[in-house]
Design a protein around this ligand. Structure first.
Ligand code: AR6
Length: 170
């Protein structure tokens, strides 16, 4: 199982996995951070497809094509905005990972890359988010046999260290 999950540093728009996950917002119409980078790299056709999806609830996930991205698919999920930890933030973040992976399985996706959902503009504390993400991904891989590889793609060293720590602790 350990070889099916890997924490790396990098730019998710460059990943040539079957799918990459986007940390989107409820509108699915683009934004800053990883969302902005994915839309920029995929091209305007991604926005056209997203417009047809009627947004997405927090914790849920929707799929589009990847257009100009190396990845064939983009799974858009909406992380919770951090308030104080008492507004279902943990549960909703866990749902993002579970629902994205379930959607990947449904679409015969074998390799998938996640960004650190909610820990940028949405201000979820990164160590807490990393523990939840690693736990959900590992638990999913324990019961699923179709996904070959899950990458956690960290954009900065602080995020990378938090996920590495969570990985070794669990
Ligand atoms: N590759 C991998 N990770 C990245 C990249 C990249 N190219 N660019 C940024 N990150 P954020 P959120 C990291 O803010 O907190 C958007 O405006 C970033 O360093 O992108 O879920 C949406 O439209 C951080 O570690 O997502 C929403 O409105 C992580 O991705 C809102 O931001 C997540 O940061 C979502 O906020």
């Amino acid at each position: 199982m350990a070889d099916r999950f890997e924490v790396i540093m990098g730019d998710i728009t460059k990943c040539n996995t079957d799918a990459i996950v986007n940390a989107a917002n409820n509108s699915l119409l683009g934004g800053g951070g990883v969302d902005g980078a994915i839309h920029k790299a995929a091209g305007i056709e991604l926005l056209y497809e997203c417009k047809k999806l009627n947004g997405c609830e927090t914790g849920q996930a929707k799929i589009t094509k990847g257009y100009k991205l190396p990845a064939k698919w983009v799974i858009h999920t909406v992380g919770p905005i951090w308030k104080d930890g008492n507004h279902d933030e943990d549960k909703l973040l866990a749902e993002c990972y579970r629902n994205s992976l379930a959607l990947a399985v449904k679409n015969n996706i074998r390799t998938i890359a996640f960004p650190s959902i909610s820990t940028g503009a949405y201000r979820f504390p990164v160590e807490r988010a990393a523990r939840i993400a690693v736990n959900e991904i590992k638990r999913f891989l324990e019961t699923d046999i179709s996904i070959e590889k899950v990458f956690m793609v960290c954009f900065d060293i602080n995020t990378f260290e938090a996920y590495k720590k969570a990985e070794t602790e669990q």
